[in-house]
Design a protein around this ligand. Structure first.
Ligand code: GLY
Length: 309
């Protein structure tokens, strides 16, 4: 059995070497998660997180992030944050410096400035080009969103028909002291309605960790895990004696009870209090991978999640 583990989704690969080294150097799981996610936020190749992230309908990159400390159950989140390189750093500062746990929009940006967070233009040329192609493909005149009542547009149909990305990065880590931490960061659903928050910044939906039982973090359709309280549910099931595997299957059952609304894929990543991992996707998708490093393997491996039939 491993003592130390870091688990990320496929998008987290670029942050895994730093995270693994930090655990080996006896850094805390909290710092490990933050630094791992910072690497993903810096990579323009990961088009659902930080720099290079996909914009909203107004072509603005709005970022969500959260971090949670499984030792103290402290947490911090930011939602719809614009103009900063590292939303995860701002989320951690919310946790450490404020009596609050969640800041959004202008307040989050104001706080980011006050703490000296690194400003950045996250909208890359590639993201602009992809946005323009999407607008053209859907026969939407450029700039129409600036002047129109967005709720009048056939947005729901566009989003349902196109399988737009709802990518995220998630990290879960257990350090040499047995402390668990988790974090998330995302630019959210591609071409989302401005102000839309997914599950990534919502503690209990996209992220929950508790040293005593384990941790869970979700990717993909945040609208579903918010409704089902998925990450908290997985940890609560483990509290009641379920293994990580059993807890994830129970949470998938909860998701399958959702009726109406937007239904898509959800991927649940979990570790128990001893660091045993389990990752499950509610739908079969050939390309899905997660990344794992332990102090037993000492290698960063990419694996396929279990897929629900
Ligand atoms: N799970 C990411 C999102 O819904 O934004």
């Amino acid at each position: 059995m491993s003592e130390m583990i870091v688990l990320s989704n496929g998008e987290g690969l670029v942050g895994m070497p730093v995270a693994a080294k930090m655990l080996l150097d006896k850094e805390s799981s909290l710092k490990t998660v933050e630094e791992g996610i910072k690497q993903v936020e810096l990579s323009p190749r990961v088009t659902c997180v930080g720099l290079g992230g996909t914009p909203n309908l107004l072509r603005e990159v709005e970022c969500d992030a959260a971090i949670m400390n499984g030792t103290t159950l402290e947490c911090g989140s930011v939602g719809a944050l614009e103009g900063y390189a590292h939303p995860i750093v701002v989320a951690k500062a919310v946790m450490e410096k404020l009596p609050h746990v969640f800041l959004v929009g202008k307040g989050a940006a104001r706080f980011a400035k006050e703490i000296g967070a690194e400003p950045a233009n996250l909208l890359t040329e590639e993201a602009i080009s992809n946005y323009s192609s999407w607008i053209k493909k859907n026969n939407i005149p450029e700039n129409i969103f600036k002047d129109k009542d967005l709720s009048l547009l056939p947005y729901a149909n566009l989003s349902a028909n196109e399988n737009l990305s709802k990518g995220t990065t998630i990290f879960l880590a257990r350090d040499s002291k047995g402390n668990i931490a988790g974090g998330t960061s995302t630019s959210g659903w591609e071409y989302k309605y401005p102000g839309r928050l997914g599950d990534s910044p919502i503690i209990g939906a996209g992220l929950y960790v508790d040293n005593r039982y384990g941790g869970a973090a979700c990717t993909h359709t945040g609208e579903m895990t918010i409704r089902a309280g998925t990450a908290r549910a997985v940890v609560a099931y483990m509290k009641k004696g379920a293994t990580a595997e059993e807890a994830c299957h129970d949470a998938v059952d909860d998701l399958s009870a959702l009726k109406r609304g937007f239904i898509g894929t959800v991927v649940i990543h979990a570790i128990d209090a001893q660091g045993n991992p389990y990752v499950i996707s509610t739908e079969k998708t050939d390309t899905l991978r997660y990344c794992i490093w332990t102090d037993v393997s000492l290698e960063i491996e990419q694996k396929k999640p279990v897929m629900v039939d």
